[in-house]
Design a protein. Structure first.
Length: 542
């Protein structure tokens, strides 16, 4: 007997075998028991969730001997023939390969005129129905609308949006859910037991995660692991077999990125490349790990695994990052995963991108440190010839000495005109864009100098998003000019803290000496504006 793949060997043969689709099973059983069998059904959902298997089970239930029955017998001759694919009255059509109007007219429209030869109903199962052409749908429409009494249509699709509304409105629609990690692990454990092999729970959990809710995908991955493992299937074996990144390697790389350590980041990537890891898979593994760490940081169960040591390890690693930094990392890595699909040299690009992410995340905390350093470090005066000590003169409150022509550094307070103007612009733009509404309110004016307005965001991902939206930046500049009557350029930066300064009454700082003003600007200018140092400054201090 030819070898059967696990997903075929363990295909659901009864309604009780269907895992994770209880809502579908309950509705179909009620319809069969009450004699309210529909003439057309539309099964929609992700791949590998049981749509075709359920269609065959429904065909068995309505055609079994002595039926229709909500619990057809597996040893019934008609059920056996449907399982073997030899029943002439249950016709399965792959719309991906038979999408033309002539095929539909010949295989369905004309065939539906003839009564079934051995069954109660003639059942047409059309898989991937969304691949039918527009004319094929038109040819099918009339038959689905008013079929003969002996005809049942079961349409299955992974992309219901491509099915015309005229077809949908004539079908009873059932949504098939992705399998949860718990459901997939339970099914994998059953198959492992039946196949008399051993596997670590963590290995089954890793397979379930990679299957992305698909039972067929999970069984295919399990079979691949079974064929290459010597005895016990371990999590490390699954990672190696599937080309994934182990948790400890992912943690090391994430910590290097978080610390902004270029050398460690490159070394971690080089180690993964030597092990044959694909750059895209590296990003996927980092996202999966960040998902687990974020859930641990917010005390959300990741399901399936009851390993206390693993849970404690997750909590410890999540604690080293902090919930806010995990969210920033997750957002940045997700954007990189989206961008890598269009890159021709993904390995080189990923190295540069992860280094950039690390430096960008580290820059969010740089302004505060720079401000503190500027506040406590005295400015060394230029050596002057020895002169008698001048008599110290107290400033006059009524007639202050006019300052020299130096550039004032302005830090708007929450009630300042600039801040009020910015919040008005935020409200106007947010009312027109849901995405902007989710990002712009988390910002404030952190600096205004010579027509340049610096906007500080709580999250670096929000600042990056606005900076990359050219039309949005132009709209902001136009709104500022319209409301204030002045032109302005904008800088969008991330700030560790976007709260107002401790002394809100001091809104403008003007230095007395030109020399001191230059040095203070060098020490604290970028910090006051919540901007990271320039690349040249970093290179000089490295």
């Amino acid at each position: 007997m030819a070898h059967l793949a696990l997903y075929r060997k363990y295909r659901s043969q009864t309604f009780d075998d269907l895992v994770g689709q209880e809502h579908v099973v309950r509705t179909l059983r009620n319809a069969i028991s009450q004699g309210k069998i529909g003439h057309a059904y539309l099964f929609t959902g992700p791949r590998g969730t049981g749509k075709t298997s359920t269609a065959r089970l429904l065909a068995k239930a309505v055609n079994c001997t002595g039926g229709p029955s909500a619990n057809p017998a597996e040893d019934d001759p008609i059920c056996i023939s449907i399982t073997n694919g030899s029943c002439m009255d249950v016709i399965e059509i792959d719309a991906a390969s038979e999408s033309g109007v002539e095929k539909v007219r010949e295989s369905i429209v004309e065939a539906s005129e003839y009564r079934p030869t051995e069954c109660r109903y003639k059942v047409f199962i059309i898989d991937e129905v969304h691949d039918l052409s527009a004319k094929a749908f038109d040819a099918l429409l009339k038959t689905i609308e008013e079929p003969p009494d002996h005809i049942i249509f079961i349409l299955a699709t992974t992309e219901s949006a491509k099915v015309p509304p005229t077809i949908k409105s004539r079908c009873q629609r059932f949504e098939f859910y992705r399998g949860t990690v718990q459901d997939l692990v339970s099914r994998l454990a059953f198959v492992v037991k039946e196949e008399k092999i051993e596997a670590e729970p963590a290995a089954l959990h890793a397979i379930a995660r990679m299957a992305d809710g698909g039972y067929r995908d999970a069984l295919t991955l399990l079979e691949q692991a079974m064929l290459t493992a010597d005895g016990l299937i371990t999590r490390e074996h699954v990672y190696t077999q599937l080309g994934l990144v182990a948790d400890d390697q992912a943690d090391a790389l994430l910590e290097a990125i978080n610390d902004g350590d270029v050398r460690r980041t490159v070394e971690c990537l080089e180690q993964l490349y030597r092990q044959g890891r694909d750059p895209r898979v590296v990003l996927e593994s980092l996202l999966y790990r960040l998902s687990d760490l974020t859930r641990a940081a917010y005390h959300v169960s990741i399901g399936a695994s009851n390993d206390g040591a693993q849970e404690a390890g997750l909590n410890a690693v999540a604690g080293r990052f902090g919930s806010d930094k995990l969210l920033d990392l997750r957002s940045a890595i997700a954007q990189a995963h989206k961008d890598v699909r269009d890159i021709t040299l993904p390995r080189l690009w990923l190295e540069a991108e992860l280094v950039r992410i690390g430096q960008s995340l580290g820059a969010a905390t740089t302004p505060q440190r720079t401000v503190e350093r500027a506040a406590v470090t005295p400015v060394a005066p230029r050596p002057q010839p020895a002169e008698p000590a001048p008599t110290q003169r107290q400033p006059e409150a009524s007639t202050p000495k006019p300052p020299p022509p130096t550039t004032p550094l302005t830090m708007p307070t929450p009630g300042s005109p600039e801040e009020a103007l910015w919040q008005e612009i935020v409200r106007d733009i947010s009312s027109k864009s849901k995405t902007a509404e989710a990002r712009l309110p988390k910002s404030r004016v952190s600096g205004v100098v010579e027509g340049e307005v610096t906007i500080a965001f709580e999250r670096i991902s929000d600042a990056d998003w606005v900076r990359e939206k050219g039309p949005l930046v132009k709209a902001i500049a136009a709104a500022w000019r319209e409301k204030s009557g002045k032109d302005a350029t904008f800088q969008f930066v991330a700030s560790a803290k976007t709260v107002a300064p401790a002394a809100p009454q001091v809104t403008t700082t003007t230095v007395e000496s030109p020399l001191e003003g230059e040095r203070l600007a060098e020490a604290g200018y970028e910090a006051l504006l919540d901007e990271p140092p320039s690349r040249e400054d970093k290179d000089e201090t490295a």
